[in-house]
Write a protein that binds this ligand. Sequence first.
Ligand code: ATP
Length: 364
Amino acid sequence: TETRTTGAHGGAIGMHGIKKWFGNFQAVNDVSLEIRSNEFFTLLGPSGCGKTTLLRMIAGFELPTEGQVLLDGTDISRLLPNQRPVNTVFQNYALFPHLTVAENIGFGLKMLGKPKSEIDSVVGDMLKLVHLDGRGNNPVTQLSGGQQQRVALARALAPRPKVLLLDEPLSALDLKLRKSMQVELKRLQTETGITFVFVTHDQEEALTMSDRIAVMSTGTVRQIGSPWDIYDRPSERFVADFIGETNFLEADVVSVSGDKARVRLSSGAEISATYPEGVTPQGKVTIVIRPEHARLGPPGSGVLEGAIHTIVYLGTDNHFHVTIDDGKTFTVRQQNANSAPCGFSVGERISVAINDDVAQILRD
Ligand code: ATP
C-alpha cells in the first residue's frame, strides 16, 4: 500500500540458549525461541518473569550472560543498541515536550544525519500511517495520550527498523483507548511488514494482536503457539490458568488412539480429550475445560451431575458455578443470547455437558 514504509522484510530473531544473571539472581533461564519475519510476536507472563529482560537483550540494552541473539541468521549478541536495525517503544513514550509532532517523529533520522528532504518525506508518510496528517506542526504536548502514543510509534518506525520492540506500550492508556490502539498496532504491523515483538502481562491484549505468543514464567518459556494453541490447547497448568478462566478436572485415561484419548471423569462418564505433543497419556491426568465449552441441562443429560451454587450475570453471558457431586466446583459460561433471564436458579440440580473436542490433557 502507499503507506508501506519498508521495502525490506521484517527481521527474523533467533534466541538460542539465553541465560541472564543479575548478580546471583537468574532472570532468564535457558530460553530458546524463533521469531519469524513479519510476525506479531508477544512475550506474555506475570510481572518479574523475565519478558522485559529478553526484550532488552534483543535491543542490546542488556547482554546475555550465555547464549546468542541472531537477526536474520547473523549473531548480533554483542552489538551496541544503535548498531542493531531494531527500535523500541516504551510504556512512558518519552517524547520531547519542546518539539513539534513532526520534529519528534524525525528526531532519529536527524540524528542519523539524513537530509531534510528525506526526513520531511518519511515524516509525512509516518503522519499518514498513524492517522495524524495535518498535526505535524502541533506541539506534542497538545495531543491526547493516545495521539502521543501514536507519535511515539511513528518515531520508532521512521528509521525503518527490521524489528520493532514494544514494552507494554499501551498500559498507560485507559481501557477504551487501549482497545482501539490494539487494533491500530496490529494494522501498523501488517502495513509496514516490520516484525513486532510485544511485551505484556495482559492475556487479552496478547490474544487480540499476536500471530504467536510465548507464555513465560520465572525466566522460562512455558509454551509458544498461536492464540488458539495457547487458549484452546494449553500444555500445562500454568498456561491454562494464566490465559483466562478455566476448569481443571482429574480423570483416568481409558485408551489412546491417534491424537485423542478417552478419559473417565469422577462421575464415571467418559469423554474424548486431546493431549500435548510428546506426552503419552496414561493413568491419572488433569484435563482442562473452558467455561464456555460446557453447557447446563436437566439432570442425566450431561457428563457431570451437580447443583448450581452461584449465578453471576455479566450482561453478555452468565457464569454458573456448579458444585459437582465429587465436591469440586465447575464453572459454566453461557451466552445471554436471548436477552431473557437465564432459566436456572441457585440450588437447582443440573447436569453439565461438555462440547466435543474441547477437553485438553495437561503435561504433568
Ligand atoms: P515486569 O512486567 O514487572 O517488568 P518482567 O517479566 O518484564 O516484569 P523483568 O523486568 O525482565 O521482568 O525482570 C525479571 C527479573 O529480573 C525481576 O525479578 C527483576 O527484578 C530482575 N531484574 C531485572 N533487571 C534487573 C537488574 N538490572 N538488576 C537486578 N535485577 C534485575
